[in-house]
Design a protein around this ligand. Structure first.
Ligand code: DP6
Length: 314
């Protein structure tokens, strides 16, 4: 192993969501998904050989307990690469995602860790293989291996090696993502448990793979023709369809708070006034807004404190 390795990976926001696993161990999805990466917002991970012969993990400068869920999941992933070899490591991870943005960091975290491990062990794996490995840490991490628009293919193989992210060539310089933080007190059900519950208890889930496939086609069309209304409408409807399957689960999975609903209604009111703004949501109460550069000032006025990202601006 090298003396040091360091890598960065961006967060990503899915426009067509991943919801449901066909293999829970390898994180193989039931449906293909499509995301946009958040440029400079993400995770940076540094690996150094452990001078004290003990695996240790730091998050944003704070050492994590070895038996914490965070350390255990991370070190189990490192073990996939060490494959039994005695290579104790110190892992330092920093997220520059503003805490106010309420973004999950597992996607960028596992992607950055995968890139750092590849360097540290001098493996020089192909991007597609790195993406398939990152997927085993967290499904959405497969998309954080790449910049810009990324499709994560569902694949057909049992070993999952055809289920990885692929970068789309298209660019959309005017595209903006706005991160709206909605406060929540409760600890949400995590994605893994939420997906399992939805598949096991929501009859409505049966319609999800078809919806996702149709939305994926529409998103490609929107991206190819730079049709922003089609992009926004498809992403918003896809997110609400996913949430419909969650709500139809038992016990019900409702990730929204009254403030989430108020923010949705504000987006709809702005659209009535002619502003081209749409939203998407993941397994939490926060909204991610989609709009174009010309409308940024108006969106910022309507949502004070919003964090705006330009995914394609150099
Ligand atoms: C709603 O990738 O966090 O954000 O594979 O269990 O780690 P695991 O799940 P994760 O799920 C993300 C779900 C989502 C939609 C998406 O990002 O596609």
């Amino acid at each position: 192993a090298r003396d040091e390795a360091e890598a960065f990976a961006p967060s990503n926001i899915a426009l067509c969501k991943y919801w449901g696993k066909r293999d829970a161990e390898l994180n193989l999805p039931i449906n293909a998904s499509l995301s946009v990466s958040l440029a400079h917002l993400g995770s940076r991970t540094r690996l150094t050989p452990a001078g004290d012969d003990t695996d240790r993990v730091w998050l944003n400068g704070t050492e994590q307990a070895p038996d914490s869920a965070f350390s255990r999941k991370l070190l189990a992933f490192v073990e996939l690469f060490r494959a039994g070899r005695a290579l104790p490591v110190h892992v330092h991870t920093r997220n520059n995602i503003p805490t106010a943005a309420g973004l999950a960091s597992s996607a960028s975290g596992f992607a950055a860790l995968t890139l750092a491990l590849d360097q540290w062990l001098d493996l020089q794996l192909e991007p597609a293989v790195l993406s398939a490995f990152a997927r085993m840490g967290s499904g959405s991490a497969s998309r954080s291996l790449f910049e810009g628009f990324v499709q994560w293919d569902d694949g057909v193989r049992d070993d999952g090696m055809d289920s990885h992210g692929v970068r789309l060539a298209a660019s959309w310089p005017a595209l903006r993502i706005g991160l709206v933080k909605v406060a929540t007190g409760e600890k949400a059900v995590d994605s893994r448990a939420g997906m399992k519950r939805t598949i096991e208890t929501a009859h409505l889930y049966q319609s999800w793979p078809l919806q996702a496939a149709a939305d994926l086609t529409r998103l490609h069309q929107a991206i190819d023709t730079k049709d922003f209304a089609l992009l926004g409408q498809t992403a918003e409807q896809n997110a609400l369809s996913m949430h419909a399957t969650m709500i139809a689960s038992w016990p019900p999975l409702l990730y929204w708070t009254p403030d989430s609903v108020a923010a949705m209604q504000q987006v709809w009111a702005l659209r009535q006034q002619g502003l081209e703004v749409y939203f998407t949501m993941d397994a939490g109460p926060n909204l991610k807004l989609l709009f174009e550069a010309d409308d940024q000032a108006q969106v910022e006025q309507a949502f004070p404190g919003i964090e705006v990202v330009a995914p394609f601006r150099a």
